[in-house]
Design a binder for this molecule. Structure first.
Ligand code: HEM
Length: 79
């Protein structure tokens, strides 16, 4: 049976599988951003395969328009 979109996101949790995250209902393939993240590779990979919101709630540095602009460049779909 076809799996749901959230399950598909969850299959992309490493650089080898590609790294997908969600923000709201939008889905992003951030594989090419991992090495560019100002907060480091290990931090951004914590959100791999799931939602950004719980992490961004802890790191308010992301509550800026320029951060969302970066994210939009990696959009691949919607839930
Ligand atoms: C900083 C983007 C995910 C932790 C930043 C900055 C950007 C950014 C642009 C610099 C902001 C500024 O100084 O104006 C992103 C994007 C993410 C992401 C696009 C997802 C695709 C995460 C996650 C975490 C995280 C999941 C934590 C688990 C941090 C921390 C900093 C930071 C700690 C501050 C680094 C410093 O100034 O020393 N991020 N981030 N980020 N990010 Fe992220």
């Amino acid at each position: 049976a076809p799996s749901s979109a959230p399950e598909e996101v969850g299959r992309h949790r490493s650089l080898a599988e590609r790294v997908w995250v969600t923000y709201g209902r939008e889905v992003f393939d951030i594989t090419d951003f991992v090495e560019l993240h100002p907060g480091g590779k290990s931090k951004v990979l914590l959100a791999a395969g799931g939602a950004l919101e719980p992490f961004w709630a802890m790191y308010a540095v992301h509550s800026q328009a320029h951060v969302l602009e970066i994210l939009q460049a990696y959009k691949v779909g919607e839930l």
